[in-house]
Design a protein around this ligand. Sequence first.
Ligand code: FRU
Length: 492
Amino acid sequence: MEWSRAKRYKKFADWSQQEKDDLLNKIQHSPWRMDVHIQPKSGLLNDPNGFSYYNKKWHLFYQNYPMGPVHGLKAWYHLTSEDLTHWHEEGLAMIPDNEFDSHGCYSGSALPVGDKLFIMYTGNVRDENWERYPHQLGAWMNKDLHIEKIKSPLIVSQPKNYTDHFRDPQVIHYNGAYYALIGAQNTQLEGEILLYKSTDLSSWTFLGPLAFAKQSLGFMIECPNLVFVDGVPLLIFCPQGLNKNVLDYQNIYPNVYLIGNHFDPDHAVFDSGQMINNLDEGFDVYATQAMNAPDGRALAVSWIGLPEIDYPTDQYGWAHCLSLVRELTIKDGNLYQNPVKETASLRTKHIQLQGHLHNQLTPIMHDCDRAYELDIELKGTGSGRLALADDGLNALDLLFDFDAGKLTLDRGHSGVQFAEAYGTTRTTTITRNGQINLHIFIDNSVAEIYVNHGRKVLTARFFPSDRQTQISLETNGHLDYNCNYWSLLNGK
Ligand code: FRU
């Protein structure tokens, strides 16, 4: 199907019922739908938006183009949950319908204020010459989940010396005032994060570009987020076009973090003695949204998908998913990410396995479920392989080398291939102490791999056949394994 610009930006109301039914029908016949991850009901899902806790429920929205697996007219799709794990689909919540968001309700955030939820987002507008006019907009959601957009923009346009790449406001409440961090590009075509302040959420003052890095960070910064992890400021953002001398990465665009010492908003300073790092060392994480929950936790959720890349589900009319919700902690100056404890409520059948291997390859589990969790402790010598979604020929491989202190995720023969131009392996370092803990979530076409209790995370989409149902282990030395396996089911 040819996705012309006119078609991508056709109003939702102008699509016929037949076209919508055909799309749903196509999706129904798709392999690779997930059991426990958030995936689009139809079309394309991208950034998580408006992640918040309001009126005794968790709220999460995502960028959705519901008419096909392409980036078209974007709306916000709404989900609610009582446990961050079982999500109820509330449906499309904000669609482009006025002069300030006519070409997309782009990414943004939400904050409970009084008895309502305040939403701040970017309205994307294009004129007849396809010139872009970004506006930072507001909306209020009430307890009935009714959203009322604020009639005029909160921030009409980018400040002078900035281009039309100005989007993705994160609104936070800090030391008695409201601040918004907004992704931007300056007229030298460098990415920046702009900081605004407000005391009433309606009038916003530009404080300046946030000073947080000494080097130039590429041509645009998308989706900036500031959270506090036990009081430590943590900046998460997506620098596009980042020089690989600043940070080594292989994905088309990285999603990075920077641990700070001190955040001084009124001087627009985020002071850090550290280097930026990849938030996820796998293939597909982008546009992470983080927030401080009222229970004190710092939580994050990511888009598992990347801009400008085709995925094998496109032919079935849908694309991408969100990650499990992760809790962020900092220990000894290092960031840890783990699925929130509530994730355990998805567990059903439990199997425990253990054994010893010497210089051999052996299946340890047959007929795995479509969605499962595996917590595996490996101790040994030499190097080896944990083959997930294995059928003897194809597998999603985790190659561990105890001597070199390396872990490689290889999706190069895990099923239908895609994005090969960006490499089919990702490697991270592990402590050289002859052991590794891998906490793995497989949900049909997505893998989340938490290494050594969340010190590293590797996330990947992969597209296996339905014969790939085995887990195998291989070693060229000695290997003790001890693992817990649970089937996962979204029983609600
Ligand atoms: C990031 C992004 C944001 C933008 C949104 C549009 O993936 O490009 O910068 O607001 O997607 O869907």
